[in-house]
Ligand binder design. Structure first.
Ligand code: XIL
Length: 378
């Protein structure tokens, strides 16, 4: 990133940094992870390797992570598209740098992810790969090699993995296919192999199925598909320990309280079914799309915070949940803006801190929900 910056942009970025001294980024004394720990929870965030982005190379962002987080997830650099430039090749440089920084600051890293069951997010070479005369064997070897290489490299330094990401089609609840899963003999066989390999190589690790079925209306088919998948894992004895609930929340309008109340019943049924099968829960990618809220940042931030608070209160009712990860701490770097701009083009405000590293009401709402959470047994 820095290579593509003009000198002027570089200077502006540096000039902005002193703005975010610890006094301004953590005016609340206690960081979110410290608050979480008192309730037996942990709090963390995604970070990236982009220089001057949401990364440890950006002093302001690094300070935010150190002040607020005990847990880190690397936003992109463990994904196949980043680790696997070509068949047989691995490029660990970016991920290793983040691991080194996390180690220096005694922060725990979760792995995201070992298999993203979506064509769009797997490397182009793999989608076009010639699996040869024995495709099932060749595809299995590729998957096993990938998971084995990654998990062995980091050993016990990574204690929790999103082994499989997003295998269910939201509109239908069916399982997604990729070139790899087709060659291997089907999606179920592929996912089972991913979890079994991860378990064999990292028996210490928590193995998570991660997806974005959410509590808002329109997600019923997605939730049903995820339940079927989780039931299947249990039936087949596949080692899956937890459901990662991404929690990319979406507000529907100014009356965030009554929407939250309306969603709560079906959502609890879903969580009851998941935990009833013995799965733990994690919030893996928390952020809020401020849809339907007025452009005025004060009103918008209030709506986002209230909505998230109601959601977190429901989630924290489940003692099976111990980890909360935000998908970025600072609006300036959030993926939501480019991914789904607001129709009125106003900059998105999905994170606990604004674009100038100032704490927002969402930060307070998270702190209050963490503090109010029923205490988990040690
Ligand atoms: C997103 C990243 O934030 C973007 O930078 C990238 O371009 C695409 O992926 N669900 C997931 C995450 O599991 O990996 C996604 O992260 C967001 C949705």
């Amino acid at each position: 990133m820095i290579g593509t910056m003009t000198r002027r942009q570089g200077l502006t970025a540096i000039a902005a940094a002193p703005f975010a001294t610890l006094a301004t980024v953590a005016p609340h004394g206690e960081g979110l992870d410290a608050v979480a720990r008192r309730s037996g929870l942990r709090f963390g965030s995604a970070l990236s390797a982009r220089t001057n982005g949401a990364s440890a190379d950006n002093p302001a962002y690094a300070e935010l992570l150190r002040a607020e987080c005990g847990l880190l997830v690397v936003e992109n650099e463990m994904k196949w598209q980043h680790l696997r430039p070509a068949p047989g090749a691995f490029d660990f440089a970016a991920f290793d740098r983040i691991m080194a920084w996390a180690g220096e600051h005694r922060m725990t890293v979760r792995g995201h992810n070992l298999l993203w069951q979506r064509r769009k997010w797997m490397p182009a070479w793999l989608e076009k790969y010639d699996f040869g005369a024995r495709p099932a064997r060749s595809a299995s070897e590729i998957l096993i090699d990938h998971i084995t290489t990654v998990t062995r490299r980091y050993g016990e330094r990574i204690a929790s993995y999103d082994v499989v990401n997003e295998a269910v089609t939201p509109e239908t609840g069916a399982l997604e296919e990729t070139a790899l899963s087709r060659a291997l003999g089907g999606t179920e066989a592929t996912l089972d192999l991913a979890f079994r390999t991860a378990h064999a190589e990292a028996p210490h690790a928590e193995l998570v199925y991660n997806d974005y079925m959410s509590w808002e209306p329109g997600n019923a088919a997605h939730r049903a598909g995820v339940l079927r998948l989780l039931e299947g894992f249990r039936r087949r004895g596949v080692p899956v320990h937890a459901l990662g609930v991404q929690s990319h929340l979406v507000t529907a309008g100014p009356d965030t309280g009554s929407s939250a109340r309306a969603y709560e019943r079906d959502w609890r049924h879903f969580l009851d079914a998941v935990t009833g099968m013995g799965y733990r829960l994690l919030i893996t990618e928390l952020d809020v799309r401020d849809n339907g809220l007025p452009v005025d940042p004060v009103a918008r931030d209030r709506g986002v915070a209230d909505y998230a608070r109601r959601y977190l209160d429901v989630m924290f009712d489940y003692p099976q949940l111990r980890d909360v990860v935000a998908w970025g701490m600072c609006d300036r770097f959030s993926w939501i803006g480019p991914f789904e701009p607001r129709p009125d083009k106003a900059a998105r405000r999905p994170c606990p801190y604004d674009a100038d590293y100032r704490a927002k009401p969402l930060r307070t709402a998270i702190a209050q929900a963490l503090a109010a959470a029923p205490r988990r047994p040690a």
